[in-house]
Design a protein around this ligand. Structure first.
Ligand SMILES: [Zn+2]
Length: 571
């Protein structure tokens, strides 16, 4: 056989208790499990290690990145072997050639994927969705990728500029439903959209999908229902609790009329006014299922947070005095920040920031582009990844300095210092409650998006190190199942997410006592040299994708065996 993983402890993804066993792989498939006596070209000794199916992340925005980053960072460093991209209606196809730059600028505005990186990094040789799938299929890929056809892209493709201001005509709807049908037949995993008020174009106007009414969305999901194929994903309305209750009523109607799996993500505890609880949102899932629909909620495994630092963004960067300094090279910035007169000016300038008005919701993008004065009781000086950091306010009190001065001092003491501002799902118990619900999916890394604002790619290693090892809230078997079989089932992947003979050999070999995300860092490694947050992990000995060894102790082998994950009509 090609590959033999010997002496490991198998956690097979089903939730069943672990057992000791070898796993043998040939031609990309698991061919033997047990006490294997056959020789193999390559042997990995997994003594003391867990052997699990590769993790599956259903909510990423790696549509552009996949074209320039064969590794699939940062997902690939956390045991992930399969991802879904094209979430929330954002996609790079279908797209007419003259709309490419506009698409790139929208992705920058909504998802903080630099337009310059997209224009420099993407070799844009497609127009239709099937052509995009073929283009991605040809690329060397470290991960397996599934892709949604995105509503905002589709609407722009069919309606042009009108997509940003008008309702669709019957003719528009005909063209859009035909494109959805074509995409699903070509292998799209589904259709995605967003009704989230946090999703706006560079002009602060709603992205194209937000101009659609629910009857349009119903028609497009209906195109999938006609084929009995495809998954519907939607970025939910979080503008207020009232808006969210309307959203769920509409989503339930679509789930019941289409019969297709419907997913919203992310379950969020923060809304501007009259917020609904996560329990309300999961009760709507249960109610929809009781009435005959299929619905899932996507959950984070910790707060969704904005990360600030000297090397990336700070909440003060839009203030003129700060801006003048922040454009300088790092060493010069540090000199100015150490100068007593300049410091005093910078500290005084913070007082001019827009005050935070109680419940006002601030999305991840807003936190860096349109910031409010930070709430220093909700701004943590990151010391570790254990979600146990002191706030800036606490440190300021201990040191007897003001909060801005404290931040400046911390950055001068350590130029890598990160500050974390949780924006949704802030309470640990809320996150745990969501994860414990049987119809939620542990996913929503947002990998590929918010590249210099958020870092969700470590959701899997966080689940295993924090919720399993530190808090003992889940058994390892339960947590592995959440990251593998549960997600494979929700996205209807027929041969992944379990360790079974005949299944694709996507495997992760890790030390259950050591697996843990590392601290994020800021790197300048996007096409064109733009900055982004990077996070790796410890404790993962090997990652295997389609039978090929992809990573050994966190280092890429340079073997890219990822495939396209296609819906059943295209298999
Ligand atoms: Zn999204």
């Amino acid at each position: 056989m090609d590959l033999l993983i010997k002496n490991g402890t198998v956690i097979d993804g089903s939730g069943a208790p672990r057992y000791r066993g070898d796993v043998g792989v040939t031609d990309g498939r698991i061919v033997e499990i047990g006490r294997i006596r056959n020789p193999a070209d390559r042997v990995i000794d997994a003594e003391g290690m867990i052997v699990a199916p590769g993790f599956i992340d259903g909510h990423t925005h790696m549509d552009a990145q996949v074209t320039w980053d064969p590794l699939g960072t940062c997902a690939c460093w956390h045991g992930v072997t399969s991802v879904m991209m094209g979430n929330c209606g954002f996609a790079l196809a279908p797209c007419k050639p003259d709309a490419r730059e506009w698409f790139a600028r929208c992705l920058e505005a909504v998802e903080d994927i630099p337009a310059a990186a997209i224009m420099a990094g993407v070799d844009w040789d497609w127009e239709t969705f099937p052509e995009y799938l073929q283009a991605v299929e040809r690329l060397p890929k470290g991960l397996n990728y599934g892709a949604y056809i995105g509503h905002s892209a589709l609407r722009m493709y069919v309606m042009g500029e009108r997509a940003l201001s008008e309702r669709a005509t019957e003719d528009d709807l005909g063209q859009m439903t035909a494109a959805v049908t074509e995409a699903i037949k070509a292998g799209a995993v589904g259709f995605s959209t967003s009704v989230s008020t946090t999703h706006s174009t560079p002009d602060q106007s709603p992205v194209a999908s937000r101009l659609a009414d629910w009857s349009e969305i119903g028609r497009l999901v209906g195109a999938m229902a006609d084929l009995n194929a495809g998954i519907f994903q939607v970025g939910p309305d979080v503008s207020s609790g009232t808006a969210q209750r309307d959203f769920f009523a509409a989503l339930q109607r679509i789930a019941l009329s289409s019969g297709r799996p419907v997913m919203f993500g992310v379950i969020a505890t923060r809304m501007a006014d009259d917020p609904t609880s996560w329990q309300y949102q999961t009760s709507m899932i249960d109610d929809t299922v009781a009435k005959g629909g299929r619905m899932y909620g996507q959950s984070s495994t910790r707060p969704i947070s904005v990360i600030f630092s000297l090397k990336s963004n700070l909440p003060f960067d839009v203030l003129p005095g700060w801006k003048a300094i922040r454009d300088l090279p790092l060493a010069e910035q540090k000199q100015r920040l150490a100068d007593p007169e300049i410091r005093a000016r910078l500290i005084a300038e913070e007082a001019t920031m827009r005050p935070r008005d109680g419940g006002e919701f601030q999305g991840g993008g807003d936190a860096t582009t349109n910031p409010m004065r930070p709430d220093y009781d909700n701004l943590y000086a990151m010391r570790d990844v254990d979600w146990d950091d002191p706030t800036v306010a606490q440190i300021a009190r201990t040191r007897g300095t003001g909060p801005v001065e404290t931040m400046i001092d911390l950055m001068l003491e350590n130029e890598e210092q990160l500050f974390v501002q949780p924006i949704v799902n802030v309470e640990k118990d809320d996150v745990l409650g969501m994860l414990k619900h049987k119809r939620t999916l542990a996913t929503f890394s947002d990998s590929g998006a918010h590249v210099c604002q958020e870092m969700g790619s470590s959701l899997q290693t966080h689940l295993l190190s924090y919720w399993v090892r530190k808090r003992e809230a889940f058994t390892l078997e339960e947590a592995v199942r959440m990251l593998t079989f549960d997600n494979a089932s929700a996205w209807e992947l027929p041969d992944r997410g379990l360790i079974r003979t005949g299944y694709a050999a996507d495997l992760v070999v890790f030390d259950a006592d050591a697996i843990k995300p590392r601290m994020p860092t800021i790197e300048e490694d996007l096409p064109g040299g733009a900055k982004r947050l990077v996070q790796k992990a410890d404790g993962i000995a090997a990652i295997i994708v389609n039978g090929k060894l992809a990573f050994v102790n966190g280092e890429s082998t340079g073997d890219f065996a990822g495939q396209m994950l296609k819906g059943h009509l295209a298999r």
